[in-house]
Ligand binder design. Structure first.
Ligand code: ROI
Length: 162
């Protein structure tokens, strides 16, 4: 069955723009992909690390949630994923934000992603892809965090050439 999933992308080590572009190309092998705009975002966590590039992809896929997670983890490894510390810098982070309207809770996966409603670098790109999105009864476009965002737009929705 075709499911619409939303994947969060983040990078603040290496050539982040190239790393995210390659990640989008790989996601496109899993189904039909659309991308949000590309954003620069100050680090959440320790401040002595580079700014992040963040985006969200909308993926229509036949993969189960766990098969999707396996693929994302493989793509992270292929990008030479380095994670230096908890809440610290990383080469590539791919998170399952939403998987249809399903709630999933197991050792490997929590969906909707923890903190999804508190992170502007997730909410704003999600709104690029679906301005009417609701999560856990909240209209995303009504969230208070949208009033004082720290995101900077660095490219339009064509940034990954998709
Ligand atoms: N901060 C920002 N701005 N963007 C991220 O993608 C990101 N990812 C993380 C932590 C370390 C929480 N901080 C982040 O995993």
């Amino acid at each position: 069955m075709m499911i619409v999933s939303y994947i969060g992308l983040g990078s603040n080590l290496g050539d982040s723009r190239q790393i995210l572009t390659e990640a989008i190309q790989k996601l496109a092998s899993l189904g039909s992909v659309q991308t949000s705009k590309l954003y620069q975002s100050p680090p959440m966590g320790p401040q002595d690390q580079p700014h992040y590039l963040n985006a969200v992809a909308r993926l229509e896929t036949e993969l189960s949630a766990l098969d999707l997670l396996d693929q994302l983890q493989q793509f992270e490894q292929e990008a030479g994923r380095v994670r230096l510390r908890r809440w610290g810098e990383r080469t590539l982070d791919l998170d399952v934000l939403l998987y249809g309207n399903q709630q999933i809770q197991n050792e490997r996966l929590t969906v909707p992603h923890v903190g999804i409603l508190e992170r502007d670098f997730v909410v704003i790109p999600l709104l690029d892809l679906d301005p009417n999105l609701h999560i856990q009864g909240h209209r995303l476009d009504n969230l208070a965090l949208l009033q004082h965002t720290t995101l900077t737009e660095v490219a339009d929705q064509c940034w990954a050439n998709i």
